[in-house]
Design a protein around this ligand. Structure first.
Ligand SMILES: C[S@@+](CC[C@H](N)C(=O)[O-])C[C@H]1O[C@@H](n2cnc3c(N)ncnc32)[C@H](O)[C@@H]1O
Length: 399
């Protein structure tokens, strides 16, 4: 299999993906030119080339795990159904579809928590970073597959492991891989309805350990792909040991909430505050919501999928708790942490505080001091620091 005459052109400094149906200008989300990171890679090109060589996708086309919408946009003529965990990925897809001149209805954009289509004739899988997410999503899609469904996965060689192929083999059916092209590989699986993969093991529910501070012994629900799904992260644990208690706080945000452990701790220690749990991962937001429900606190929080604090109004928050990500789709970057800190400054009321936990070497204090004009260390150990930055300004008198 070759990449089918597809590739990349650079025109006036803009990267374009060359597809069988034309050139596409694609961007990530949020788009901040000049973004050095492309919105597609050789695995997307390989998959599109393979489809062009084999007569194109047929019937109901589902694109699972499209990173920034390159596959969905290139295949918009087939009215694909995209299934994505990522708010950012879905937002990029919408923008890329519009930029390519497609109407917003050209693709159906579902989240990983939505019910998938009942019948799938072509399943295209952009292999996700999380093996757990792949396992869960293949389980959810399996009832919609039939012996005639073409199942094609794509990923960079470094993303496709023996364990990845085993999942396709066990959940879908006989699986083989292509030769590598430009360090990308395809996975070709033939659905076998007689195969019994057993039940979907997700979500994973566990009880927090006795040293988890305010949430010790509490139940946590983890949907597949959520950060540290099988145990309490050591950075989060450090945060819980030093959790702020601010009796006057009326609105507290768990920013990048994951399974909602920090938000849950805030809800338990601030019984009068409204809690907002927000994350760009739909699996995370669903986990946080179910974590609250499992602890009898369903009505205590608002749960939203958004980029950073995109769902939170300016000057409306008293306290923000944040354990920022330092990876974005395989790339190590602190761009998201920067965006979260800048957004926190906007969302905080005067006098409001942002508390951030991070590995010492990440140097978040430099960024926080630059943005807020102040930053103090609440606690530190050889691996982590817990930092506090205050939004300066006068707080309006209480009514
Ligand atoms: C290090 S994890 C922390 C999870 C949880 N707060 C904890 O301490 O266990 C970072 C979280 O940030 C989320 N995230 C990544 N990029 C984001 C963005 N642009 N906006 C909102 N959340 C994001 C990830 O999905 C992940 O759940």
């Amino acid at each position: 299999m070759a990449a089918g005459g597809l590739g990349t052109t650079s025109l006036l400094g803009m990267n374009r993906l060359v597809t069988a149906s034309g050139e596409l200008e694609l961007t990530r989300f949020p788009h901040r030119p000049p973004d050095p990171l492309r919105a597609w890679d050789a695995a997307d090109e390989y998959l599109l080339g393979h489809l062009a060589e084999t007569g194109g996708p047929r019937g109901t086309v589902v694109v699972l795990g499209d990173r920034w919408g390159a596959l969905t946009t290139a295949l918009a003529g087939h009215r694909p159904v995209q299934i994505s965990d990522s708010f950012l990925g879905r937002s990029a897809t919408r923008e890329n579809l519009l930029r390519a001149g497609h109407d917003p209805e050209a693709a159906t954009l579902l989240t990983t928590r939505d019910a998938p289509p009942e019948r799938v004739d072509t399943l295209l899988v952009r292999v996700p970073k999380s093996l757990a997410l792949l396992e869960d999503q293949l389980h959810r899609l399996r009832p919609a597959l039939h012996p005639g469904t073409a199942v094609v996965g794509a990923g960079m060689v470094k993303e496709i492991h023996t364990s990845t192929l085993r999942l396709f083999e066990e959940i879908v059916g006989p699986t083989r891989t292509s030769l590598a092209v430009k360090k990308a590989r395809l996975v070709l699986a033939e659905p076998d309805p007689s195969r019994d993969p057993g039940p979907d093991p997700w979500p994973l529910v566990h009880t927090l350990p006795p040293d988890a501070g305010a949430v010790a012994g509490r139940t946590v629900v983890n949907h597949a792909g959520v950060f540290c799904a099988d145990r309490l992260d050591i950075g989060t644990r450090f945060f819980l040991e030093h959790l702020p208690v601010q009796p006057d706080a009326s609105r507290i945000v768990d920013l990048g909430c994951g399974n909602g452990v920090l938000g849950l701790a805030a809800a338990l220690t601030h019984p009068d505050a409204e809690i907002v749990c927000t994350d760009e991962s739909h699996q995370a937001v669903a986990s946080a919501e179910e974590t609250f429900a499992a602890n009898g606190l369903a009505g205590r929080a608002v749960f939203t999928a958004a980029d950073a604090l995109g769902a939170v109004g300016p000057g409306s928050v008293d306290l923000i708790l944040n354990n920022p990500p330092f990876h974005s789709h395989q790339a190590t970057t602190d761009a998201t942490a920067w965006r979260m800190f800048a957004e926190a400054r906007r969302a905080l009321a005067p006098g409001g505080e942002l508390w951030v936990v991070g590995n010492r070497h990440l140097g978040y204090h430099v960024k926080l001091r630059r943005l807020f004009g102040n930053c103090s260390t609440v606690a530190s150990n050889p691996k982590f620091v817990l930092l506090r930055a205050v939004r300066r300004g006068r707080r309006p008198p209480a009514r």
